[in-house]
Write a protein that binds this ligand. Structure first.
Ligand code: AHR
Length: 654
């Protein structure tokens, strides 16, 4: 089934240190497509890792807004001197759904008192932009006024406003808007508590107004935009290991992430304590970005939603807890209810909730993942129980199942065999491997069974220095991915979905590298791997077109890799070509077809002579796509390819 090291790959590794061979003609058989490219072939893997959601795409600027972190005042500092004991008290009211704690303020006399929130590694603040400060409060003794101030990097006030806490026995929401006069990457929020009185406060929150689509308390616009720019075919959420949890109590439970935000029960983020060298004690999941918002984001960016649910097992790298088989019903019910939440009529329980949250229309869910990186017979047993019920009640939903943590070995072989016997719709394969693996695996899927389960290349990234050292998103890594992806594309009839992982990394709050996209509190940039993914995704085509060199697929001979698709909408032939040599290669492409080239052909190139080069906040476009014209004569295209380059050639066809 798998090709470990093709002859082409061996030649590839050798020839990258020698001179490139004389390149004969590549023949493109346009009139004989070998299969279709799935419409959702290239997608996005989203997980709240590296401050991807809280502190990242979820635009909330206040950390620990509801005092629910294990340390209730983490992220907060009391302002003022000699603040009397009993002035600020954490109150726990177990009757409040999902959000028991609040902060009780007792201020019988007037003295200097305030709270400061440090944000997530500071707060990103933009000059001239409006901010909305809001809170929930109850007030028995009116007289308190909150004076909110935004501070810039130098602690200078750059925006402020006031809110009075009037008497109310029930929880009340109140908000105020103000502008910032300065930009700051590491701003802070002061809340001065002025006057005399007593009140309970909760959900102290600050959002910028420039969220994605201007939604109140929504998502960071630049971070969603860079995803939308990829024109992704699907959005997988919410992970990753976060689905499994370190133990079952810590697993992701979608029902706790929908409904009113203040009722969504926060849990510790499993990446908080995962890596001793990157401990992140302030990492929690508030679920402001919950399943409703994930579905909405999928819709917004034109991606098919792909939720992954816990299968009754906690992460096997941690506790490996499993729920007894006779207690799996609640987990299976969660899956059924999720389908109802996404696709159910507004009169059903969960469809009604979706409508109440603002989306009466169905989300049109078509696929569901059961388990992430789970393995062993304990997984197969649980998956089988899900499969029986889901296929009986929802045959229209494709089931995606895990083939474990890696692309080979006993674990993989066991699962691959079992999943195929079970006729699972789609098998999720993961590979975090060195560049050499990606180069030598370009032919991996050439011999896969064409009639069995489809493949989801669900998590991959080329790791240059794993397990030691900081994995930079180097050009070396990205180019090896580009080469490997020619193999996915050529086998698009079998590999129907693919996504790089993880997606986001915050420069001040990451746990895992490399990542596709990096951010700080104000900026976002795509790595070379991002540009590779985007070039595939925005040039995915509709049909697989054979491209041969001496009657063979181009899978590493002389360090060259190629795949070709035709796009029946844009009427373009699209060639992806990787030159993994240290010198320019001149290639000839011969179009075997009754059709003709007609119009302006172009090429987009990513290249660097420096394999260690990477993009950064300071130099976000060091490696970037460059566009130029392509010449042709009749059905012949002659092109030269820069050393260490990935090129996409687009040829209009009549
Ligand atoms: O992408 C990071 C992690 O890698 C995912 O959470 C997990 O599925 C895999 O091990």
């Amino acid at each position: 089934m798998k090709k470990l090291l093709s002859i082409g790959a061996i030649l590839s590794i050798c020839s990258s240190i020698s001179f490139a061979q004389n390149i004969p003609t590549f023949k493109i058989d346009l009139d004989n497509p070998s299969g279709e490219i799935s419409s959702n072939m290239w997608g996005i893997f989203f997980e709240d890792i590296n401050l991807g959601a809280d502190g990242g795409i979820y635009a909330e600027l206040v950390k620990n807004r509801s005092f629910e972190f294990s340390n209730p005042l983490m992220g907060w500092k009391t302002l003022g001197e000699n603040v009397p004991e009993g002035t600020l008290v954490i109150q726990n009211n177990g009757k409040r759904k999902g959000n028991a704690r609040s902060l009780l303020i007792n201020k019988p006399t007037d003295f200097l008192l305030g709270l400061q929130n440090e944000g997530f590694r500071g707060m990103g603040i933009k000059e001239g932009l409006q901010y909305e400060f809001s809170l929930l409060f109850k007030c028995s003794k009116p007289g308190l006024t909150l004076h909110v101030e935004l501070l810039d990097d130098t602690d200078k006030v750059c925006g402020s406003s006031k809110i009075s806490l009037t008497e109310t026995a029930a929880w009340k929401n109140i908000s105020v808007r103000f502008r910032s006069a300065a930009e700051s990457k590491k701003g802070k929020l002061n809340i001065w508590i002025q006057g005399i009185g007593s009140a309970e406060v909760d959900m102290l929150s600050l959002f910028p107004e420039d969220t994605w689509r201007g939604r109140s308390k929504g998502l960071r616009k630049d971070m969603v935009q860079i995803l939308a720019d990829m024109k992704p075919g699907f959005l997988r959420f919410p992970g990753g290991c976060i689905v499994e949890g370190r133990d079952l109590a810590n697993r992701f439970q979608w029902k706790k992430t929908v409904g009113p935000i203040e009722e969504r029960e926060l849990i510790i983020n499993r990446w908080n304590t995962e890596f001793n060298h990157r401990l992140t004690p302030d990492y929690f999941q508030t679920f402001g970005l919950g399943f409703y918002e994930y579905f909405l984001m999928s819709e917004d960016i034109g991606a098919e939603p792909l939720p992954i649910l816990n299968c009754g097992m906690a992460c096997q790298f941690n506790t490996g807890e499993v729920v007894p088989l006779d207690e799996l019903d609640t987990y299976i019910q969660d899956a059924l209810d999720l389908i109802e939440f996404a696709n159910g009529d507004v009169h059903t329980k969960w469809g009604k909730l979706r409508a109440e949250m603002g989306h009466p229309e169905k989300f049109n869910l078509k696929m569901l993942g059961i388990g992430n990186e789970n393995w062993g017979p304990q997984y197969i047993e649980r998956l089988a129980a899900f499969q029986v019920v889901l296929k009986a009640k929802h045959p229209e939903i494709a089931i995606i199942a895990s083939s474990g943590t890696g692309p080979d070995g006993e674990r993989f072989d066991y699962l691959d065999k079992k999943l195929r016997e079970m006729k699972i719709d789609v098998i999720d394969e993961h590979y975090y491997r060195p560049p050499s693996w990606f180069l030598s695996s370009a032919a991996r899927y050439d011999d896969y069974d064409r009639n069995g389960s489809k493949i989801f290349a669900g998590e991959y990234a080329s790791h240059t220095t794993r397990p030691n050292g900081p994995n930079k998103n180097s050009w070396d890594a990205a180019l090896s991915e580009a080469a490997f992806l020619t193999g996915l594309e050529r086998n698009g009839d079998v590999v129907t979905m693919a996504s790089y992982a993880p997606l986001f990394g915050h420069v001040d709050g990451w746990q895992w590298t490399p990542d596709l996209i990096w951010v700080d509190n104000l900026n976002v940039y795509g790595t070379p791997s991002y540009h590779v993914q985007k070039l595939y995704s925005t040039n995915k085509g509709t049909a697989i077109i054979p491209i041969k060199w001496n009657d063979n697929n181009v899978v590493g001979q002389d360090s060259l890799y190629a795949s070709t698709v035709y796009d029946e909408v844009s009427k373009e032939l699209i060639i992806k070509f990787v030159n993994h040599n240290n010198k320019t290669v001149n290639g000839t492409f011969q179009l075997d077809s009754n059709k003709q080239i007609n119009g302006n052909a172009t090429k987009i190139t990513l290249s660097s002579n420096d394999m260690a080069a990477y993009n950064s906040i300071a130099d976000p476009l060091k490696i970037k796509p460059q566009e130029s014209a392509v010449k042709y004569s009749g059905a012949i295209i002659k092109e030269s390819f820069l050393p260490y380059s990935f090129t996409v050639i687009k040829i209009p066809i009549k």
